[in-house]
Write a protein that binds this ligand. Structure first.
Ligand code: EPU
Length: 416
């Protein structure tokens, strides 16, 4: 099993190219199920979750070909309307095939995702929404069996804001009969990116970027070209790495507008951020100031950046309070950060971080994707060697992170 060996204390300097967003690419690949035509997708990140999604879609009959960095998908010969447990258990985002399959083929069998490390994460809202659109849904033997001759437009108000729930229902609504109104819709940039692709495919969607999406169903969608937006969480992760280790780095092919709440916190921490249309320069010297925050839905502070900014708080000059409101169990990095000398206590949904002057390298274990990223950041800031085990979690969502960090002067290597 691969590990990452980091020798901390190196200043970072140079340029980093940001990849396409994992959480936009995953639903966008599933949108390939909605049409018999070809989708040409640029800026698809090369990471494990994307590979897993590609494998799942290929076994359904969606063809895929990489043509000089543009991924061409063709849904002409879909012949298997099923997402098996073996695949869904490794990646919850597999649930995103449910809406498209049901809308285009009137049928789908998708394994129920189980709980996962960061919380219970049910999919009841996906199911409730599809039922409101007239789907007949039965759950048996751990599988969701869904049928609908033709989905019908409906008004759907989800109990909470759900990102993949909104994406699933949005894709389903594009081919339904009549108008669907999705109220309390997620406004994350990845939802917006999917909506833009769907419009390019011929879907009729109003209210893109707002919490009310109005979709008028069309009989069929056609092919389109699309470039996936930049990964705002990868962007934020590298911003934190520079803020924790010190340095001067330009992040390219990304935009500060995708992560205003995070940019704000990094400025509060003392980083100097200069921004352009498609780049962000981050400069940092000295110890960060502590920053408190509360995770919430977009445009608030993203739960997917909680662990990384907490790593920065660990070396801050003072104390901070971090509150996680989206997932119930997203503090698994805390114990590992404490192994590096951090002083964090958990009190319910809140973590109280007492900044220390320095962290000291140690062997640690990655427990989930963003927890792994926080350990990399802490390792870069720490004195001595940090060895991070189980980095397959990191590989799920970051495109060659250690290669990008080495190129800006980090001492980081993958060891077998
Ligand atoms: N929820 C329900 N029922 C549902 C759907 C959601 O109770 O039917 C609850 C969840 O348990 C959670 C909250 O609602 O407490 C929000 O969950 P959401 O559905 O928004 O999460 P998700 O769609 O499963 C996506 C991202 C996550 C990110 C969250 C929150 C993808 C593929 N995943 O998950 O990304 O943390 O939104 O922003 O888009 C990551 O990239 O590391 C990651 C975990």
């Amino acid at each position: 099993m691969d590990k990452l060996l980091i020798r901390g204390g190196k200043r970072l300097s140079g340029d980093i190219q940001i990849s396409g967003a994992k959480n936009a690419a995953l639903p966008i690949l599933c949108a390939g199920l909605l049409t018999a035509d070809t989708l040409a997708l640029a800026n698809v990140p090369k990471l494990q979750d994307v590979a897993t999604m590609q494998k799942l879609l290929r076994q359904m009959g969606l063809s895929m070909e990489d043509k000089a960095g543009v991924l061409e998908l063709c849904g002409r010969d879909i012949n298997k309307l099923e997402a098996p447990y073996e695949m869904v258990k490794t990646m919850r985002a597999s649930i995103l095939v449910l809406g498209p399959l049901l809308a285009r083929f009137g049928e789908a069998k998708v394994s129920l995702p189980g709980g996962c490390a960061i919380g219970s994460r049910p999919v009841d809202q996906h199911i409730k929404g599809l039922q409101a659109m007239g789907a007949d849904i039965r759950i048996e033997g751990g599988y969701i069996y869904a049928r609908a001759k033709k989905l019908k437009g409906a008004r759907i108000v989800t109990d909470m804001i759900t990102v993949t729930g909104t994406e699933n229902l949005l894709m389903a609504a594009t081919l339904a009969d009549g108008e669907t109104v999705l109220d309390n819709a997620a406004r994350e940039p990845e939802v917006t990116d999917l909506a833009h692709l769907l419009v390019a495919m011929g879907a009729k969607i109003e209210g893109i970027g707002s919490d009310r999406l109005c979709v008028t169903g069309v009989p069929a969608l056609h092919g389109a070209n699309h470039s996936v937006i930049a990964d705002r969480i990868e962007t934020g992760t590298f911003l934190c790495a520079v803020a924790a280790a010190g340095g001067d780095v330009v992040l390219k092919n990304t935009s500060a507008h995708l992560l205003d709440a995070v940019v704000e916190k990094l400025r509060e921490a003392g980083a100097i951020l200069t921004t352009g249309e498609d780049w962000i320069r981050v400069q940092m010297a000295g110890r960060p100031k502590p920053v408190g925050f509360r995770t919430t839905e977009y445009p608030g502070f993203p739960t997917d950046m909680q662990a990384q900014v907490m790593a920065l708080d660990c070396v801050a000059d003072g104390n901070s309070r971090v509150t996680e409101t989206i997932f119930e169990n997203r503090y698994m990095h805390v114990q590992e950060l404490n192994r590096l000398g951090a002083r964090i206590e958990i009190d319910g949904h809140t973590a109280i971080v007492q900044g220390v002057p320095k962290l000291v390298g140690a062997p640690v274990m990655a427990t989930d994707l963003r927890a792994s990223a926080s350990l990399v950041i802490a390792g870069l800031a720490a004195e001595g060697e940090t060895l991070i085990d189980r980095i397959y979690h990191l590989d799920r969502g970051y495109d060659r992170m250690e290669v990008k960090l080495s190129a800006v002067g980090a001492d980081i290597q993958r060891v077998k």
